[in-house]
Design a protein around this ligand. Structure first.
Ligand code: FE
Ligand code: CA
Length: 530
């Protein structure tokens, strides 16, 4: 795979002249202490005096909490930087953390450089925090203060914590509806919000559109930045970011529909797709509250990582797009073909797979989550002549690697594996079987698939598609194709998933209700009606 230096690295490195090193000495040592976030490696950064307009209108966010740290995020609006004559400058942004929304007791403060190379995004990893503690944060620049965000650190890794509440979201095509689900999610003040991808869409699709993207299909860094800015301007999405820390991963639409490693959807050479991927991945980092991924180079950016919430729960955040083999048999729902039977095909890539298997073999957490994109339980269908069709984009398209993983759950006795999935714009609950062709085979895990926030429009409770798939796949217990999110409440003895749905997302302000609850009892793999 060709490597290419990402623009941020090239520019950040070129700015480390000896002069800048001396000038920016204090900042540089801070940067090294934090693992060398390139935005901090920029030489001198500028302190802006009074700004005329609000630079924080893309919102604020926090994410990837550990027991002692959290990442705070914001991004300064480019028009405001232009008006302040700072388009090409690194500028200092100040942050504060407190124990209440009044900020009467400020516990932490500092400043971070927002650089033009990273689109004036700011990521501050604040360390030395107390475990399992709620904090409030805000940003300042040029006399302007951002909205206030709430965040929460993880419990200590050996804590005997008794409850963890988090939301599971995915797939938010901006044109298809309002992000009302996020308004409801914000009100719940979760411990965490996990986003499983399709945070943006690279292109328009579908018949019903209640609002418009800012342009056609996106290719370059400036296009991806503009698309994220459109999405980030949504008040409900901003409220959800301000309500809790997030753990994000990407799916395909952050780059290109159904891309596989360096293979795109339409006519693109691998080289073109990799160039596009580099732009898309950089924009993802710029707009998300994550630590700068270690090992990024050119179009490669490893984002799989592990978050731990006491003894109760460990979350393996996965990436099933960057390393995957191309979809077999021409993608879509197809009869099996020779490529589909190739045992070397992979969804995770070998490095991520070995990392995950090691994690699942050594964990001592009660619940072990795979936060990933595509459905793992088999979801085969039959065509009119009775031939079996395999959905090639999901785990059914990679049956040998799925088998390897499910057997691994069983062999290493991973405590309570729970797979969380987005991607298909519908709710499902499923048993993960050692042999999906034999319903009496062992159930080795549980899967909750969460519906979209908006993608696909208003949807329906039941569809012919859902009925047919439930009938053909008895290990799948529940289907619903309305919009919403899953609210998960996890205790040492029970995992509870509440499927929250809205009647409509094509009209603003729809109420939300719990359509169904499924649970998993600790020590008893498989989903049960709650
Ligand atoms: Fe999607
Ligand atoms: Ca997808």
């Amino acid at each position: 795979m060709p490597t290419r230096t990402l623009p941020w690295l090239a520019l950040a490195n070129s700015s480390i002249s000896r002069r800048n090193l001396l000038k920016g000495g204090a900042k540089l040592s801070a940067a090294l202490a934090l693992g060398g976030i390139p935005s901090l490696l920029h030489g001198a950064s500028k302190r802006l005096s009074r700004l005329q307009a609000d630079p924080f209108y893309l919102g604020i966010a926090s994410g990837d909490p550990t027991s002692g740290s959290v990442v705070l995020w914001t991004r300064l609006a480019s028009e405001v930087m232009t008006a302040a004559n700072a388009t090409l400058d690194a500028v200092d942004v100040d942050y504060e953390m407190a124990d209440s929304r009044t900020f009467s007791n400020i516990l932490r403060s500092g400043s971070i450089a927002a650089t033009p190379e990273l689109g004036h995004s700011a990521h501050a990893e604040v360390r030395g925090l107390d475990p399992d503690t709620e904090y409030f944060y805000r940003w300042h620049i040029g006399g302007i203060t951002s909205p206030v965000g709430r965040t929460k650190t993880a419990p200590a890794s050996n804590a005997n914590n008794q409850e963890f509440r988090f939301a599971i979201a995915s797939c938010q095509q901006y044109e298809h509806g309002f992000f009302t689900a996020y308004g409801h999610m914000a009100a719940e003040e979760f411990d965490l919000i996990t986003h499983l991808g399709d945070y943006i869409y690279e292109t328009s699709w579908g018949k019903v559109r209640v609002r418009a993207h800012e342009g056609p299909e996106i290719i370059n860094l400036s296009d991806y930045r503009a698309r994220y800015a459109t999405y980030k301007s949504d008040p409900d999405l901003q409220a959800a970011h301000a309500s809790a820390p997030w753990a994000v991963t990407w799916d395909d639409h952050e780059v290109d529909n159904n891309y596989a490693a360096d293979i795109g959807e339409d006519d693109q050479t691998p080289e073109q797709l990799l160039k596009r991927r580099a732009a898309a991945y950089q924009a993802f980092y710029e707009f998300m509250p994550i630590r700068l991924p270690i090992g990024r180079q050119g179009p490669s950016m490893p984002i799989h990582r592990r978050l731990r919430f006491g003894n109760l729960l460990e979350m393996n955040v996965l990436d099933t797009r960057q390393y995957r083999s191309d979809q077999a048999c021409g993608d879509g729902r197809k009869p099996s073909c020779a490529a589909h039977q190739d045992r070397n095909r992979t969804l995770l890539g070998s490095a991520q797979k070995e990392w995950l298997k090691d994690s699942l073999a050594t964990t001592d957490a009660t619940w072990n989550v795979l936060a990933q994109q595509v459905m793992m339980a088999s979801l085969r269908s039959l065509n009119k002549s009775g031939d079996e069709l395999w959905p090639m984009d999901i785990w059914d398209g990679y049956p040998y690697e799925r088998q390897e993983l499910l057997e691994h759950f069983d062999q290493v006795k991973t405590p309570n594996p729970v797979v969380l999935t987005g991607d298909i714009h519908s709710n499902w609950a499923a048993d993960l079987k050692l042999d999906f062709d034999n319903q009496s085979s062992k159930t080795v895990g549980s899967e909750f698939v969460g519906t979209s926030i908006t993608s696909g429009g208003d949807g329906a409770d039941m569809t012919d598609y859902g009925k047919a798939l439930l009938a053909n796949n008895p290990h799948v217990k529940f289907y619903n194709a309305q919009r919403g999110y899953i609210a998960a409440t996890v205790t040492p003895t029970l995992w509870r998933s509440d499927y929250k749905v809205l009647q409509k997302i094509t009209e603003a302000d729809a109420p939300i209700s719990t359509r169904k609850t499924y649970v998993v009892e600790a020590g008893k793999p498989g989903v049960q009606e709650g």
